[in-house]
Design a protein around this ligand. Structure first.
Ligand SMILES: [Zn+2]
Length: 335
């Protein structure tokens, strides 16, 4: 997978960016997660910009991956990284565009994807018609923060309470929300009960890039946050949705690019491989649940054994044991 990544990116990015990507992959394996977040929160971490395709760029190193779409109308982000990384993220965005930040889309509620909301939004401004923005004091001085309403609810429930400026300002509750920005159709697609209960995929139709949040995290096993409404079946449905959206180029490489929640830039073939892994393990554990096996018996049967060299972890936030437990509990829940 790593060799493929180098080949994939070297056609379009300088060597430094390629090395950065590989370093992120390796570092990601080592530090997959702290409590409630899936990346190490290291204020000294370096932030890097990787051109993806069309109007879309990827910022790595700030927590979860950040997607940047930039053009004449300004800048749009998918996710915001950790709070303490906001100054470095702002500096990285400026290397792409000097125009104002207009939108932040949150793929879900976790702090490694939403922590920068307030600080980044304050650097921007909404697009308001006529004199509207000038007639009120606050409105107009920050970028809009868009998310599914479950993200806003989960963040509002958090203890200690988050400041008001951290919360999404523009929520949706339907199957999708659409934007047209910088000459590009952008679809925000709700994925019920996947990584959490508020996940969105973001599809940039002209640039041909999908930003997945933590539904797809090729640095480790999928994270099913049962406490926040995630489920393994919903997560697999959502991986299949990503595969529906993506179209590969020649020899099944390239074409639509996929920006995962954590880890390197991917394409459809990577998502297919990951979906297959998740499906095979789900089916094995589902069989065990049907046979009435306990969690301990399922663990002892090692349902992930053949995939552990690629995705397994014995330390960090999301160990193989926790993944097996989450899948087991997800499949044992009464419907
Ligand atoms: Zn997450």
């Amino acid at each position: 997978m790593k060799a493929f990544f180098v080949g994939l990116v070297s056609r379009k990015a300088p060597l430094a960016a390629v090395l950065t990507g590989v370093m992120v992959t390796v570092a990601g394996l080592a530090v997959f997660g702290v409590r409630g977040a899936h990346a190490q929160n290291d204020a000294n971490a370096e932030v890097h910009v990787l051109p993806v395709q069309g109007n879309v760029y990827m910022i790595v190193g700030a927590g979860g991956n950040i997607t940047v779409q930039a053009g004449k109308e300004g800048v749009l982000l998918v996710d915001a990284g950790f709070a303490n990384m906001a100054p470095k993220v702002t500096a990285a965005i400026k290397t792409i565009s000097e125009r104002p930040l207009r939108y932040i889309i949150n793929t879900h509620a976790h702090a490694d994807h939403t922590g920068g909301n307030e600080a980044l939004a304050k650097t921007g401004s909404i697009i308001a018609g006529g004199n509207f923005a000038g007639t009120t004091t606050d409105i107009g001085n920050t970028a809009s923060i868009i998310a599914h309403e479950r993200v806003q609810q989960r963040m509002s429930e958090q203890k200690p309470a988050l400041s008001f400026g951290m919360l999404p300002t523009d929520t949706y509750f339907t199957a999708k929300k659409e934007l047209f920005f910088n000459g590009e159709a952008i679809q925000i697609l709700y994925q019920p009960a996947a990584h959490t209960d508020g996940d969105s995929l973001v599809f940039f139709r002209r640039s041909d890039v999908v930003s997945t949040g933590d539904i797809f995290t090729p640095i480790g096993y999928p994270v099913v946050d049962l406490e926040r409404g995630g489920s393994i079946n919903g997560l697999i449905d959502s991986l299949n949705r990503i595969i529906d959206l993506t179209v590969p180029a020649d020899k099944q490489e390239g074409g639509t690019y996929v920006i995962p929640g954590h880890g390197r830039l991917c394409d459809e073939a990577d998502v297919v491989e990951y979906r297959d892994m998740a499906t095979i393990i789900r089916d094995r554990i589902q069989d065990s649940v049907k046979k009435g096996m306990t969690l301990e018996q399922v663990r002892a049967a090692k349902p992930t054994r053949d995939f552990d060299p690629l995705y397994g972890a014995t330390t960090g936030f999301w160990t193989t044991d926790k993944f097996v437990e989450a899948v087991y509990k997800s499949l044992s829940q009464k419907k």
